[in-house]
Design a protein around this ligand. Structure first.
Ligand code: FAD
Ligand code: NAP
Length: 343
């Protein structure tokens, strides 16, 4: 224990630990490289009655104030094959591994399933939290199970797909169990004879521009990377946390009402009565795309992304997001939901 207490640092800037680049401070900070260190940190905070906040890559958080308690940075590493057949391979991946590095590794091996989720920032441990997804694939599609430390009992528990209650950018860990478990590993099942998913038009367009008719998983990954690098701000250059809002899924009657006033409303059918309307389009129509408010604003290529050009404050970004919600509500009578985790 004597050694472990040296892991805890005091008064640490979190600027490099959140992709918005917000310069808030944490009263206490500890990076953990194994589960015993994590348990130590939790017990240390418990004894001092301090709250804890676990961070992976900090790419889905908005920090609006200094953290009074203990930030636990997930540095757990390791990837191992736990099961393999001629068709499939199951990989157990430690929660602190970088998601995109895992994707590149699987593509190198020729194992398919996660290539559409190339270049999503952040850690493997946070990926189930909001059931990360992109270009028609979500982690739930390849998910087998995860292990998570219960922060009250300090026991490691297993969750299967059903227990995670995955939904659209949702899981039980983002709702009822938020803050109650720390995901230490995720096991995914990948295919050795992958089916390619090019259901999103943008991927098809890039592949056809390149003259690729029979794409491999590497081709799909490269197309996704190319689109994302063009369209999304790189957090290393402009602070952001990706999509700030979820795409609303609304009743077809609401879509019909919007179509009375707007031509070519983009929408994607979810069921007989439900359609997804891109939040970026709603925000753009409400006049926010590319708008700046001092050093913060709305990205000029994708209105779903709020940005910090440098020196911004989390509270101002939160206020901006509320003003955007209010104007989308006024114009379309649709309530946008925040995707980013606000602290
Ligand atoms: P963090 O931001 O560190 O944490 C997010 C939340 O999860 C916090 O509440 C945190 O406390 C909690 N948490 C973190 N680690 C754990 C753990 N081990 N156990 C339990 N709780 C934990 N998301 C998508 O779904 N699809 C995209 O295409 C996508 N594109 C993005 C593009 C950009 C440029 C950016 C900046 C973000 C994008 N995101 C996207 C959002 C983000 O990358 C994902 O949500 C990612 O999974 C967050 O991982 P992280 O490690 O950075 O999480
Ligand atoms: P886009 O291609 O401009 O499309 C706008 C929205 O329409 C997307 O968000 C997507 O919803 C939906 N969409 C597009 N084609 C679709 C199809 N064939 N079927 C069903 N829905 C469709 O989107 P984008 O902003 O460039 O993002 C591309 C992908 O990366 C999306 O999947 C998006 O979710 C993901 N992404 C996520 C984040 C994040 O932080 N969460 C950030 C950047 C990109 P879905 O979002 O439901 O896919």
């Amino acid at each position: 224990m004597g050694d472990s207490s040296q892991l805890i640092q005091k008064d640490v800037s979190l600027q490099s630990y959140n992709t918005f680049g917000l310069d808030v401070r944490s009263a206490h900070f500890m990076a953990f490289q194994d589960v015993e260190q994590l348990k130590f940190g939790l017990k240390w905070a418990d004894e001092k009655q301090l709250d804890t906040l676990v961070l992976g890559g900090g790419s889905n958080v908005l920090l609006t104030q200094d953290v009074e308690g203990l930030v636990l940075k997930n540095d757990l590493t390791g990837i191992s094959v736990v099961e393999e057949s001629d068709e499939f391979v199951s990989l157990k991946v430690a929660g602190g591994e970088v998601w995109h590095d895992l994707v590149l590794y699987t593509i190198d091996q020729g194992w398919g399933g996660v290539e559409n989720m190339s270049l999503i920032p952040g850690s493997v441990g946070a990926a189930p939290m909001q059931n990360i997804g992109a270009y028609g694939v979500e982690i739930k599609d390849v998910f087998e199970s995860l292990e998570a430390l219960n922060v009250e009992t300090f026991e490691v528990e297993a969750f299967d797909n059903e227990a995670c209650q995955f939904g659209y950018r949702e899981s039980v860990f983002k709702r009822e169990l938020k803050g109650k478990y720390i995901i230490t590993s995720v096991t995914i099942k990948l295919s050795k004879a992958p089916e390619i998913n090019v259901s999103y038009g943008a991927i098809k367009d890039v592949l056809s521009e390149k003259g690729i008719a029979q794409p491999t998983i590497k081709d799909v990954s490269e197309a996704v990377i190319q689109i994302r690098q063009f369209k999304l701000p790189d957090p290393a250059e402009i602070g952001n946390s990706g999509s700030f809002f979820k795409n609303p899924v609304v009743h077809t009657q609401i879509l019909a009402r919007i179509q009375d006033n707007f031509d070519n409303v983009p929408h994607y059918v979810q069921s007989d009565s439900q359609v997804k309307v891109p939040a970026g389009w709603l925000i753009e129509q409400a006049g926010w795309k590319g708008k700046k408010r001092g050093v913060i604003g709305v990205h000029d290529k994708q209105a779903l992304v709020l940005v910090n050009h440098g020196g911004g404050r989390g509270q101002d970004i939160k206020n901006l997001s509320e003003d955007i919600k209010a104007s989308v509500m006024e114009k379309f009578n649709i309530q946008l939901e925040t995707e980013v985790n606000i602290y």
